[in-house]
Design a protein around this ligand. Sequence first.
Ligand SMILES: Nc1ncnc2c1ncn2[C@@H]1O[C@H](COP(=O)(O)OP(=O)(O)OP(=O)(O)O)[C@@H](O)[C@H]1O
Length: 291
Amino acid sequence: MESWIKVNQMEKNMNDFKMGPIELEFESGMIHVIVGGNGSGKSTLFKQIMNLVTFDAGSIEVFGSNVAGEDEGWKKRIAYQPQTLVGCDEFTGRQLMQLISPLYPNWNQSLFDDIARSLSVPLNKKFGKLSQGVQQKLAIALTLARDTDILLLDEPTSHMDIPAKSRVMDLFVEWMERGEKLIILSSHQTEDIRKLADYLLFMSNGKLHGKFVKDELVSSFKKYWLEKELSSQIKLPGEIDRKNNRLIVTNDAEKAEAYLLSHKIGWIEAESLEMDEVISYMVVNKNGGVL
Ligand SMILES: Nc1ncnc2c1ncn2[C@@H]1O[C@H](COP(=O)(O)OP(=O)(O)OP(=O)(O)O)[C@@H](O)[C@H]1O
């Protein structure tokens, strides 16, 4: 596991929006999912990594190269899929493939053909005439077939139907198995997060609020239905929510349970949280500062 992308104290001021300072590393072999509300800065961060948007302070390195430097060789090792492909409307999928493939030394034609076929993408239709979901499917085929080391995907499945999303998630997992790879994607989709993420990163208002190992994060959250009401004077370790003083939600299940046991406070049921509940609490935490 190597750090392939380093963001060092990066800052940017854009009118009334301030990004950073962001300090962050992305490691090979891992799928990183960035979660954050609309306008939190996810797309801007991706564009900064690709040197498409400048920054005022700090630096970003991809494979040790400063992205703002003269040498752009690193760009051949990273495939970026923006939320919307601009300037493609008049081209068919096949024409786009013919334009893009020569730019990437590892272009894998059979991978492109397989993905396009398995997602039923019509390659003879103009991009602008495709539905948004099919445009995204074509974009996935054009991106994965570059067979780069890194994939940087900005909400890649947001317009897809459920079976397509599921197939694309399988494609990402299969792609990771092609060698030492790194995927960074932004998503609002609970399924993407649950199935794909090794790491979860939370953003709001241009700030990064932590990078978590997904399984550790999810298992740290638990809710307890207590046998009796808990005095409002007592707060359980990691407590982030309660209802009727009987249902307590904690983000430090281990310490909360130890507290309940040592104080002989019984519970009727303890339950792990669903991914969407964890995400909701994390988003509330970011805005409300509970964590
Ligand atoms: N070129 C620009 N000039 C000025 N402000 C910008 C520019 N691009 C983005 N912004 C602002 O930066 C903020 C972050 O936008 P960004 O698109 O990065 O958010 P996001 O997290 O990707 O949102 P979404 O989930 O809606 O795609 C927003 O307030 C946006 O208005």
